[in-house]
Design a binder for this molecule. Structure first.
Ligand code: AMP
Length: 143
């Protein structure tokens, strides 16, 4: 049997306003906020508002409505952070590297010759997260 969606996961709490986040962007189907343990400068997450554990259980029509928001945030993040490129990562189930069980896409600005930091911390200073969020939000407003 497939694992079920647990509405007490941290991203569901963020969506309900029960947990804080450094918000970057929101539309009808998506919310984007800074990753608290960034693996790159400007690392953020885009999540669907629809409850889905990962990419395996979101209805195809909902996935189709959501992906343009991922693209929109990715384009803005690359411009705002003056990145050379982007890595977009998405993990499914523990064996696939997933830790938080609400579907999310990592947007990781990349620069030539700069490696990603290892996963798992440290937690970034809130002022740094807010500064990068403001830069990316400003680029989104221009898009
Ligand atoms: P994964 O499930 O492996 O894709 O990783 C979950 C990601 O969520 C990690 O990069 C964490 O740093 C990040 N994360 C966990 N809790 C929070 C939170 N409260 N706010 C922002 N990012 C978070």
């Amino acid at each position: 049997m497939s694992p079920v969606y647990d509405s007490n996961n941290i991203f569901a709490k963020i969506l309900r306003g029960e947990a804080p986040c450094t918000r970057v962007y929101e539309d009808e189907v998506a919310l984007a906020f800074m990753d608290i343990m960034p693996r790159a400068e400007g690392h953020l997450l885009v999540i669907p508002k629809a409850p889905a554990r990962n990419i395996l259980d979101l209805a195809p029509a909902a996935l189709a409505r959501f992906m343009p928001s991922v693209q929109k945030v990715a384009i803005a993040a690359k411009a705002a952070m003056a990145a050379d490129g982007l890595s977009i990562m998405q993990f499914n189930e523990s064996a696939g590297g997933q830790v938080v069980f609400h579907l999310h896409f990592h947007i990781l600005p990349r620069w030539t010759g700069v490696e990603l930091r290892p996963p798992g911390g440290p937690i970034e200073k809130s002022g740094k997260l807010a500064a990068n969020a403001a830069k990316i939000a400003a680029a989104l407003k221009e898009s």
